[in-house]
Design a protein around this ligand. Structure first.
Ligand SMILES: NC(=O)C1=CN([C@@H]2O[C@H](COP(=O)(O)OP(=O)(O)OC[C@H]3O[C@@H](n4cnc5c(N)ncnc54)[C@H](O)[C@@H]3O)[C@@H](O)[C@H]2O)C=CC1
Ligand SMILES: O=C(CO)COP(=O)(O)O
Length: 331
């Protein structure tokens, strides 16, 4: 459900992993679905990438969901609740729901798997998350990459692993839904910070410092909300952080770079149709952090820039001017 970059790229994974399984891609716009169907290409989100011949595309959610054993959700996080509310009557009662999304809901600070469970009433054994260093463009080009399938139910995680394993896509399993999901959310905010540093003209030392301290604050938040410690140096944690913070293909990093060059959030957002989840999620991450008494200075600094209360240069000053401390002061 969602024919943007990642929904479309993930349909390539599913098509390659299980060629005998029928895969249907739902998109909002009939003309885009018609292009996918006839040209085997998503011209708006993955131009030039050949999609599997067996892939069906439709803008009719009832048709997309009819008989589905697995429902993969890949829409912008802020639209999930409304979209899923309309689709829920068509979701088969035993289908596993998989979130590919990397945002928190504005206002409630809910993770996407929490929204899925609230809207559909599904139990934890039917809700999974897939996350890792998986930039959609590279995945669609079938470049080798690893990922994580998280589900409270080990059997469901194994079934999803089998449905997504290809010679070029290697999913690992974990029961840590909370940790995998939070890592994906916070890394988008840290990628905004790395982009800002790049836009200000700073180099690799600055980026590496942000990645490392970003992982430290992600870990603090994650442990406070019940995540498992090994998730943070894993694929969904460090792996995705490195990929996103280093890649010029990352929308969040690119968005941050434009902010670092002095553009406003409205100017940058107006120039792209693609979602940069960190921009909407940074405030919700702070909300969650404050509720658990967790200090997240990089997220604070990014949020100040996104609100228009500080420039990227001033945010740098906020971070570098903090009181001196021990590296593992919070551990
Ligand atoms: N692109 C990537 O490399 C990756 C993205 N993700 C996550 O996947 C999620 C989806 O991102 P992308 O596919 O990359 O976004 P995108 O910006 O490429 O596409 C978003 C899609 O959602 C559609 N959309 C917009 N508003 C909608 C609404 N109200 N209802 C239904 N559909 C709507 C758009 O038309 C478009 O098809 C995000 O949470 C993102 O963080 C996760 C891993 C990789
Ligand atoms: O989540 C991603 C890679 O794993 C994609 O990051 P962006 O949304 O910043 O492009």
């Amino acid at each position: 459900m969602g024919a943007g970059s990642w929904g479309t790229a993930f349909s390539v994974v599913l098509g390659d992993a299980a060629p005998s399984t029928s895969v249907t891609l739902w998109g909002r716009r009939p003309e885009l679905c018609a292009a996918v169907q006839s040209r085997r290409e998503n011209p708006d989100y993955l131009p030039g990438v050949r999609l599997p011949d067996a892939l069906t595309a439709t803008s009719d959610p009832a048709r997309a969901l009819d008989g589905a054993a697995v429902v993969v959700l890949a829409v912008p996080s802020q639209t999930l609740r409304a979209g899923l509310g309309q689709w829920a009557p068509h979701v088969p009662a035993d289908a596993v729901l998989v979130s590919l999304m990397k945002g928190l809901e504005r206002g409630t600070a809910r993770r996407m798997s929490e929204v899925v469970r609230e809207v559909t009433g599904a139990g934890p054994e039917r809700v999974a998350v897939v996350s890792g260093p998986n930039l959609a463009g590279e995945i669609a080009e079938r470049q080798p990459a690893a990922s994580v399938v998280a589900c409270a139910d080990a059997g469901a995680a194994l079934r999803l692993q089998a449905l997504t394993q290809t010679p070029w896509f290697r999913p690992y399993t974990t029961p840590d839904v909370v940790g995998v999901e939070l890592c994906g959310v916070v890394k988008n905010v840290i990628a905004l910070a790395c982009g800002m540093a790049k836009g200000l003209g700073y180099g690799d030392n600055t980026a590496a410092s942000l990645v490392t301290r970003g992982l430290a604050e992600t870990t603090r938040l994650g442990l406070a909300v019940g995540a498992l410690a090994p998730t943070f140096p894993g694929l969904a944690g460090l792996g995705d952080l490195v990929a996103t913070c280093a890649s010029p293909r990352s929308r969040n990093r690119t968005f941050g770079e434009q902010l670092g060059r002095g553009r406003s959030v409205a100017e940058v957002a107006g120039a792209t149709r693609q979602v940069a989840e960190g921009v909407t999620s940074c405030e919700s991450v702070l909300q969650l952090a404050r509720a658990h008494g967790v200090d997240m200075p990089i997220v604070e600094a990014v949020a100040a820039v996104v609100r228009g209360e500080a420039t990227a240069g001033e945010a740098t000053g906020m971070l570098m001017g903090r009181a001196a401390t021990a590296e593992h002061a919070h551990d």
